[in-house]
Design a protein around this ligand. Structure first.
Ligand SMILES: [Cu+2]
Length: 108
């Protein structure tokens, strides 16, 4: 019985690792500040000239600050939209929780 239980745990860990796609960019212009303290999806891909909207679905105030740009505070239930005109890879953080909350916008 002990051996069987151990095997089940090992398989669950392997499945969790292989199934993780969180680093793959998702083609969308909508990012949720999901419960709790994360951007979902963490990495997105858009076309130059499109606008990304972040919506705060969490119970806490967050911010969106693209590297080198202004910080935008986003309260519960609020949203902020930022246009990306030039191709590139843009990293951003929530300046209130920068160790937990960051993401990437890839502009093609
Ligand atoms: Cu935050």
């Amino acid at each position: 019985m002990r051996r069987a239980a151990f095997s089940a745990v090992a398989i669950a860990l392997l499945a969790g690792c292989g199934g993780s796609r969180s680093s793959e960019p998702v083609a969308t212009t909508e990012v949720s500040m999901a419960k709790s303290y994360r951007f979902e999806p963490k990495a997105i891909q858009i076309n130059a000239g499109e606008t990304v909207t972040w919506t705060n679905d969490d119970n806490f105030t967050h911010t969106v600050q693209v590297d080198g740009q202004d910080d935008h505070e986003v309260g519960r239930g609020k949203s902020v939209s930022i246009a990306f005109d030039r191709p590139g890879t843009y990293h951003y953080v929530c300046t209130l929780h920068r160790h937990d909350m960051d993401g990437t916008v890839i502009v093609k």
